[in-house]
Write a protein that binds this ligand. Structure first.
Ligand SMILES: Cc1cc2nc3c(=O)[nH]c(=O)nc-3n(C[C@H](O)[C@H](O)[C@H](O)COP(=O)(O)O)c2cc1C
Length: 356
């Protein structure tokens, strides 16, 4: 039997974190159920209040309130399991989101899409654990060095997100073409070596989880074999009954073939991975409506320079309005063949883990 994932005083019996998926794909339903099964459930705070009254007029205030609602709901579902949030650094008013999550009792804040340089100060002395997401040894070194120097602390957990992940990716298009599995494993080993230095300095074993292309037990075993303490999986959980996205969104995954999955240029300025559809075709032709209401999602967004609004595109998708939506997914989305319960997937991970 392998070791559980230990993040300070948090112990996940199955070392699986369900990755945060915005907009609205991982809310309390999915996160609560993963936590209930002994993993770590992560709610995405990206436009988390999109279904709530008042969202169109006051998106940020509505989102901040919805953070508390979803954390409470997920905690209830999980019966005391580990529930965290994913807050992208690129979010406008990022600090307010972190403070709202801490105040609502999030067990963990995971932050990527930029380096969370101020996260230790924002979490303060609270019991909420903090974890940066990195994609390279360079960014791991920058964030560890900075937190060490400025806050005299190390991450409670580190997430390494590789090139097979879904949503926005921390790689250039060229890197995505160049990086094969083997080349990225060298990067993972360098990050693990770096983190071990900080573990020694802080006399605390900083757990590291690997994300991107973890679809089941085989990939988990491989990741743990590389020296990781756990895995973060997202795509696999989309085609579950408990996932918070619409039925149509899940069906798009079930219907997708390998060749339908492509890299797109997102208005956020990073490449993203998504299922090719009518929306992407129209975006490529420059045929999308260029007038929209701003939902104040990103710190840096120049409305006149982007082809479409990322919030609109992701909300349309999650609601099932697919022809007008961007369906984010990981490289393995084509592998989904049937709807599953979260408990079945967690059982698959648990069985593999029991053999280690
Ligand atoms: C639909 C979807 C939405 C995502 N949204 C976010 C997000 O809002 N913030 C984030 O940091 N990562 C996001 N991700 C990345 C996941 O959290 C996760 O790290 C990654 O997808 C893991 O790879 P996998 O999907 O192959 O398991 C998203 C992934 C997917 C599939």
């Amino acid at each position: 039997m392998g070791k559980p994932l230990v993040i300070r005083d948090l112990i996940a019996e199955i070392p699986v974190i369900q990755g945060g998926m915005g907009v609205g794909v991982s809310l309390s339903g999915l996160a609560g159920n993963v936590a209930k099964c002994g993993g770590v459930g992560i709610i995405s705070t990206a436009q988390i209040g999109y279904q709530e009254q008042g969202f169109a007029e006051h998106p940020i205030e509505t989102n901040l309130k919805a953070i508390g609602t979803h954390i409470r709901r997920a905690k209830e579902i999980s019966g005391g399991g580990i529930v965290g949030v994913n807050i992208m650094v690129a979010t406008r008013k990022y600090g307010e989101y972190v403070k709202a999550a801490v105040a609502a009792g999030a067990d963990l804040v995971i932050s990527g899409a930029g380096l969370p340089t101020e996260l230790p100060a924002l979490a303060g002395e609270s019991r909420t654990k903090i974890a940066p997401i990195v994609s390279s040894a360079k960014s791991a070194s920058v964030i560890c060095k900075l937190w060490d120097r400025k806050f005299h602390r190390c991450p409670d957990l580190l997430v390494i997100e590789g090139p097979k992940a879904g949503g926005h990716l921390g790689f250039s298009r060229e890197e995505l073409e160049r990086l094969d599995g083997e080349a990225y494993e060298e990067e993972i080993k360098s990050i693990l070596a770096l983190v071990r230095q900080y573990s020694e300095k802080y006399q605390y074993h900083i757990p590291v989880v690997i994300a991107g292309g973890i679809y089941g037990g085989d990939e988990m075993r491989h990741a743990l074999g590389l020296g990781a303490d756990g895995v973060q999986a997202a795509t696999r959980f989309v085609t579950t009954f408990e996932c918070d996205a619409s039925e149509a969104y899940k069906q798009a995954y079930l219907a997708a073939k390998k060749e339908d999955i492509q890299i797109v240029k997102s208005p956020v300025g990073m490449p993203g991975r998504a299922i090719r559809n009518e929306f992407i075709r129209r975006a490529e032709e420059g045929a999308l409506d260029s007038h929209w209401k701003c939902y104040q999602c990103l710190e840096k967004c120049s409305q006149k320079d982007i082809p479409y609004c990322i919030t609109d595109a992701l909300i349309n998708a999650v609601k099932g309005n697919l022809d007008h939506g961007l369906i984010f997914c990981g490289a393995d989305a084509w592998r989904a063949e049937k709807m599953e319960h979260v408990s079945e997937i967690m059982e698959e991970f648990r069985k593999e883990f029991a053999k280690i």
